[in-house]
Design a protein around this ligand. Sequence first.
Ligand code: NAI
Ligand code: SOE
Length: 399
Amino acid sequence: MKTINVGLIGGGFMGKAHSLAYSAVPMFFWPADLVPVKKVIAEATDALAADAAARFGFERSTSDWRTIVNDPDVDVIDIATPNNLHAEIAIAALEAGKHVICEKPLARTVEEAGAMYEATRGLDQVHMVAFNYRRTPAVALAKRYIDEGAIGDVLNFRATYLQDWSADPAAPLSWRFQKKVAGSGAVGDIGSHIVDLARYLVGEISSVNSLTSTFINQRPVQAAGADSLGNAKGASSELVPVDVDDEVMTLVKFAGGAVGSLEATRNAWGRNNFITFEIHGTEGSIYFNYENRDELQVCFKSDGADRRGFRTVYTGPNHPNGESLWPIPALGIGYGETKIIEAHDFFTAIAGGEPVRPDFGDGYQTALIDEAILTSADSGLWTSVPLLNRETGKLEPTS
Ligand code: NAI
Ligand code: SOE
């Protein structure tokens, strides 16, 4: 059995999710090509780092991520910090010869994402951006239906990502509300997930016509402790401005001819992690709602007029990404499982010397789309999205 040593940077929400995945990968995927070893974790202070190592099962800890990046005993750098550190860490890690998995969005800006992609060119290491929702078995099944032509030519893709953890203006200023840390608001934080799903399922987006809003334009300062994702207990009485969007809507045109819409908001009381998509094709339709993530609803023209309607397929071991999870459908496939599959696919790529998707090129293309959305929202005009040519590394007009 071969092992691979992981250095994880950031021990918050995603530090927990990734650590869980590293422990669980060999339990689900066995025999394993490479078994991850939780070698060293970095946090913002020595105390936080030591605490994270004890909690998540890392052998060592540090408050200086640079020591991990240059540690010859570390093979993989996992970036689970706020967005402002992604580019600097990833570029240093790639230069040091490490494989890199980086949380989404790849970076704060299209410039940073481009530099990160550039740093991968000509290197053999595996790089991945952690858009894990595409690894949900029902989402992978939707892709299988589309690729097999079961719904014909795709005409329309409409997706939502609706949340309410920050709908209360009394919720403190998370790093996610600060442009200098996050880059953008709902656009990069949650909109990027449905942009990734749009690209994965339908193809490249060629132009957008968008609007963004900031409905809650000031928030209390976080008094102390970790980012609390909307927990008002952490709020002080001092109010500071929010300088990112909290709502985005965009029309999209796909290079392949389909049209669609994407909507992401943090102000949707009652909607917690409401990722949905509905896809209409010439031969049928597909509907997915992450709140019922074991299920994919499908309807086919060929079903006959007297029985046509959406029916539910419950995902399980017979479906893509479901094979190694649980032995019967509808037992409950959760967020954790998407991270376990993501980690497995990353290590399989390293073991096989193959690339994995979504990679930094995909993260960069998503950043180009996010940039076009923000530009269009400013101008009110349709805005075209340049397409990354993976052969040349240059940007070209999307046809
Ligand atoms: P978080 O705020 O819960 O955790 C970030 C951690 O990084 C904190 O514990 C913080 O102390 C630590 N940190 C800050 N500066 C550091 C430094 N210099 N060295 C080491 N550690 C440092 O944030 P969360 O939610 O874990 O987000 C992290 C990243 O993951 C973000 O890019 C976010 O967009 C992404 N994310 C992705 C999700 C997904 O579904 N794929 C879900 C949640 C977050
Ligand atoms: C907050 O909106 C958040 O944690 C995002 O940062 C994640 O990407 C999303 O998957 C869950 O919600």
